[in-house]
Design a protein around this ligand. Structure first.
Ligand SMILES: Nc1ncnc2c1ncn2[C@@H]1O[C@H](COP(=O)(O)OP(=O)(O)O)[C@@H](O)[C@H]1O
Ligand SMILES: [Mg+2]
Length: 288
């Protein structure tokens, strides 16, 4: 898709009926949704992951099956320690399952070497963390342009795309700032821009609002909803039932297993909030 078109449209003030926000045209998800509704963006089958620990092994994932269709916005909820980050990291290619099969954008991700996984992470997934993980001392523009250049884009094109993303995410006047002078919400928007720079099939976010005040959290959630409206597939880990209610589907975990899923089979449950969201899951954000 053409980001230039997107920017000029935005500048001309193209508005979307309803929420009045400029329509984002920075994802490849929309075409995917129109052309491949049935395509699976994320698929886990019998995924198990055990960590060695001093006293006894920790069985973080005890057999997880999950399908996320292209274009879905899924919130993954559950109490601290239930395995949410472990599952997200396995989809992200940051960790590997001990058993089971994992597919992202129809690509086999299990049983791969680190070299393959590094390329996979660069091109197929965008990853957003609770504490942003930005390059400190490097401008906002370069925080976004560098991964694009690593992804094979020429510097000029990478900088153009970085500027477009910063514009669209409301940071157009912050291109030369370093992360430390930005607010938490701005830093997280910067991290989201970075995650989107190589047009990932899936945006994977681990507690993206967990380090923000409620206003900052609402802002990030609204941004995710815009991206979802543009067709971006999103898997978002959250402790908060309020945050989860912004998603189109809520999946709940406990003790390394999926215990609830409000998927209606169509992947378009726009009510978002699962019946009886587990109040235990709505604990304060943890750093784990
Ligand atoms: N690298 C690791 N080494 C040892 N134990 C880990 C590691 N990562 C996670 N765990 C343990 O696995 C369980 C699941 O962790 P995690 O997936 O981070 O949970 P959540 O994100 O739901 O809070 C926890 O008991 C945690 O302590
Ligand atoms: Mg976690």
């Amino acid at each position: 898709m053409d980001v230039r078109t997107a920017r000029s449209r935005t500048r001309q003030g193209t508005r979307r009926a309803g929420h009045g926000l400029p329509r984002l045209r920075i994802t490849r998800g929309l075409n995917a949704r129109e052309e491949g509704q049935e395509m699976t963006a994320l698929k886990a089958r019998g995924v198990r992951r055990t960590f060695e620990a001093e006293l006894a092994p920790v069985r973080a994932l005890r057999g997880v099956d999950l399908d996320v269709a292209r274009g879905e916005f899924v919130a993954l909820m559950g109490p601290s320690g239930c395995g949410k980050s472990t599952l997200l990291n396995i989809f992200a290619g940051l960790d590997q399952a001990d058993e089971g099969e994992v597919f992202v954008d129809e690509l086999q991700v299990h049983d791969r070497d680190e070299n393959w996984l590094a390329k996979f992470r660069r091109h197929h997934v965008g990853i957003v963390f609770q504490f942003f993980n930005l390059l400190e001392g490097v401008s906002a523009l370069d925080n976004i342009a560098l991964p694009a250049i690593l992804g094979g884009m020429r510097r000029k094109a990478a900088e153009t795309r970085a500027r477009d993303l910063l514009d669209l995410l409301g940071l157009g006047d912050r291109t030369e700032e370093v992360p430390s002078v930005l607010s938490g919400g701005q830093r997280q928007r910067l991290a989201i821009a970075r995650a989107l720079v190589n047009e990932p099939a899936v945006l994977l976010a681990d507690e993206p609002t967990g380090a923000l005040d409620s206003e900052g959290g609402v802002e990030i959630l609204e941004l995710f909803r815009r991206l979802h409206g543009d067709g971006q597939t999103i898997l978002m880990v959250t402790h908060s039932a309020d945050v989860a209610s912004g998603a189109s589907r809520v999946v709940r975990m406990r003790d390394g297993r999926i215990i609830g899923d409000d998927d209606d089979g169509q992947g378009n449950n726009d009510d978002g909030r699962a019946a009886g969201v587990d109040v235990m899951a709505d604990a304060p954000a943890q750093t784990s």
